[in-house]
Write a protein that binds this ligand. Structure first.
Ligand code: 5GP
Length: 115
């Protein structure tokens, strides 16, 4: 069996996190290593999908819910203007293989689009 992801451990309450939004199926927490003034990671409570392509193929409604939570977080924290990034694959910077979106906003002017 593979190890539970860090996000699964947050869902289980094994690792503390600053929860900013939650639905029955999705959790949003402040990123531990923020890359912008607002940096929140949004992920499904199920850990069965490694990346956004897998999630989109299997449960498009859950992906839509994740995007909806991201929008709500950005509306509350950043006036509704934000970047939504899904790193996909280690070569693209993905380090946690439990699908998640990065919501980034504020002081993005100097940031590259690719991290
Ligand atoms: P990735 O590199 O996979 O696209 O993004 C993983 C993100 O998870 C990184 O931005 C990293 O800072 C964040 N992260 C890793 N461990 C933890 C943790 O224990 N708590 C929180 N809140 N974020 C984490």
């Amino acid at each position: 069996m593979t190890e539970p992801s860090v996000f699964t451990r947050i869902i289980r309450g094994e690792i503390p996190a600053d929860v900013v939004a939650e639905t029955d199926r999705v959790l949003a927490v402040t990123d531990i290593n923020p890359q912008a003034a607002v940096h929140v990671v949004v992920f499904p409570k199920t850990g069965e999908y490694r990346d956004v392509s897998e999630l989109a193929a299997a449960e498009p409604d859950l992906l839509a819910e994740l995007v909806s939570v991201a929008k709500a977080v950005a509306a509350e924290k950043a006036g509704g203007e934000y970047r939504l990034i899904f790193n996909t694959g280690a070569g693209a910077g993905q380090t946690v293989f439990h699908v998640h979106a990065h919501v980034l906003a504020g002081n993005l002017e100097e940031k590259s689009l690719v991290g």
